[in-house]
Write a protein that binds this ligand. Structure first.
Ligand code: BES
Ligand code: MN
Ligand code: MN
Length: 460
């Protein structure tokens, strides 16, 4: 029956691309209050589209940006899938590095360029269009499908988390389906079975009431910038080993099969090094580059601010210094515990006369999925049908905070079916999404609904 839906996809592909462009044109930057109304318009855009396909749609107000919920539950007795995606995007800066404006979607060499093209409007839209294809041809879906599309993923899913916990019945499902990651490489589709978690902290040190002359006062008044440098300097050693006490205690080591599978992947360290544009790769020597990125915890400074930033020299003891830094966590590490150990580590190192403030900008545990579930089987078959190739099983180093909440609150695994590429420039200038990956992603989603029903029946 999916043949009709597949034909519909091929016949309507150019309209789908037009609609995706219309969605991408809306600058739904969730972190920027000036874009609050644009964020809402982006929510309404996808809500209207889902409604036009025949789903029941609700727009839920939150203390922040709205949550779009939609469902088609006409497949009695069949499994239920919950598609999660996000319609918010990262800020487009630095604007001058874009070859075409971030909110004027442009197709060049088979790719659509715009902020949100791959992260996550373009990827999320594949499922929206696959469901349309089934409903407009066959008139029904092989499984029940629910959509949960939020507008705060890029700012830590603050309001989605309580929404999930308060709507367990509404969101009940057998699997969550998410396309917000990447394929392993060009022509090598992947299923991601683990994501790293995140602890994001900001430390602000305040010393004298204003900047001071460093000659007149230096040596007798503690300098917040020196103190901050000492603290952040203690955090990580020269091989990237995190120095927070007990940091590695709960780390779940990679299993032998995982190390073997990663080693078999066609990954060339030198090509990766060149693509990153660095002279040498770096990190824990006893782990491969893929292992370091996917399965080892890290601590990275994301921003450092203190003192004089203008041209030339200015001799001061700055009144203030601050650092934003984040740890990527691996399965079993407890984000609360890591945050508390950061607080302790910092407070222990504060010098006399300096006041410290420590902010928590978000916690998310890592996630690890069962690779042998019927859902995994279904996803593997659906991807093979659309991409003409068996997907590889990978982990990813990035984070999608709500995936752990789905596991905790709904008791379900997420099928992370990324259609993107590692060079799609997510969070960077010239973000893009290959139209061929868009097309195959829609076809894989069309196939997935059928395969999920089939795999559930086989497992019975
Ligand atoms: N889609 C990404 C996460 C991602 C990208 C996972 C590529 C794996 C591969 C998501 O939108 C994102 O940017 N997540 C943030 C989370 C943070 C803002 C809480 C991240 O990983 O930094
Ligand atoms: Mn994303
Ligand atoms: Mn993102």
């Amino acid at each position: 029956m999916s043949a009709q839906a597949e034909r519909y996809v091929e016949q309507n592909l150019s309209r789908f691309i037009q609609q995706l462009s219309d969605w991408l044109r809306i600058p739904s930057v969730s972190t920027d209050p000036d874009h609050k109304e644009d964020v809402r318009r982006a929510a309404e855009f996808v809500a209207d589209d889902l409604r036009a396909s025949g789903l029941t749609v609700e727009l839920h107000e939150t203390g922040g940006h709205p949550i779009v919920y939609a469902e088609w539950c006409g497949a009695e007795g069949a499994p239920t899938a919950l598609v999660y995606g996000h319609y918010d995007v990262q800020p487009p800066d630095p604007l001058e590095e874009w070859d075409s404006p971030p909110f004027e979607p442009t197709v060049r060499d088979g790719r659509i360029y715009a902020r949100g093209a791959t992260d996550d409007k373009g990827q999320c839209f594949t499922h929206v269009k696959a469901v349309e294809a089934w409903l407009k041809t066959v008139g029904k879906l092989p499984v029940n499908v629910k959509f949960l599309i939020e507008g705060e993923e890029e700012i830590g899913s603050v309001h989605l988390d309580p929404f999930v916990r308060e709507n367990i019945e509404k969101l009940r499902c057998d699997y969550v389906v998410i396309s917000d990651t990447a394929q392993f490489d060009k022509g090598i589709p992947a299923i991601t079975y683990a994501l790293r978690g995140l602890v994001y902290a900001e430390v602000i040190l305040r010393g004298p009431k204003s900047d001071l002359h460093s000659g007149v006062f230096g040596g007798a008044v503690a300098n917040p910038a020196n103190n901050l440098a000492a603290i952040v300097g203690d955090l990580v050693d020269s091989h990237g080993r995190v120095q927070l006490p007990g940091f590695y205690d709960d780390v779940l080591p990679l299993e032998e099969w995982e190390r073997q599978e990663f080693a078999k992947l066609p990954f060339r360290e030198d090509a990766f090094r060149a693509a990153v544009g660095t002279e040498a790769l770096w990190g824990e020597p006893e782990y491969s580059v893929l292992e370091r990125r996917w399965a080892r915890p890290t601590c990275d400074i994301n921003g450092l601010t203190a003192g004089y930033q203008g041209q030339g020299a200015k001799t001061i003891i700055p009144a203030r210094a601050s650092a934003k830094f984040s740890c990527r966590l691996v399965p079993n590490q407890d984000p609360q515990r890591v945050f508390r150990s950061i607080e302790h580590f910092v407070r222990e190192r504060v010098w006399p006369g300096i006041r410290v403030e420590i902010l928590n900008h978000g916690l998310a545990p890592a996630v690890l999925m069962d690779v042998h579930s019927p859902g995994m089987t279904a996803a593997r078959r659906a991807i093979r049908r659309a991409f003409d190739r068996e997907p590889v099983l990978i982990r990813e180093g990035g984070s999608i905070p709500v995936v752990a909440t789905f596991k905790q609150a709904l008791g379900v695994d997420s099928l992370l079916l990324g259609w993107g590429q590692n060079d799609d420039n997510l969070h960077a200038p010239n973000e893009r999404f290959s139209l061929e990956d868009f097309r195959r992603g829609i076809l894989a989603s069309v196939a997935l609904w059928e395969e999920l029903r089939q795999a559930a029946a086989e497992a019975r």
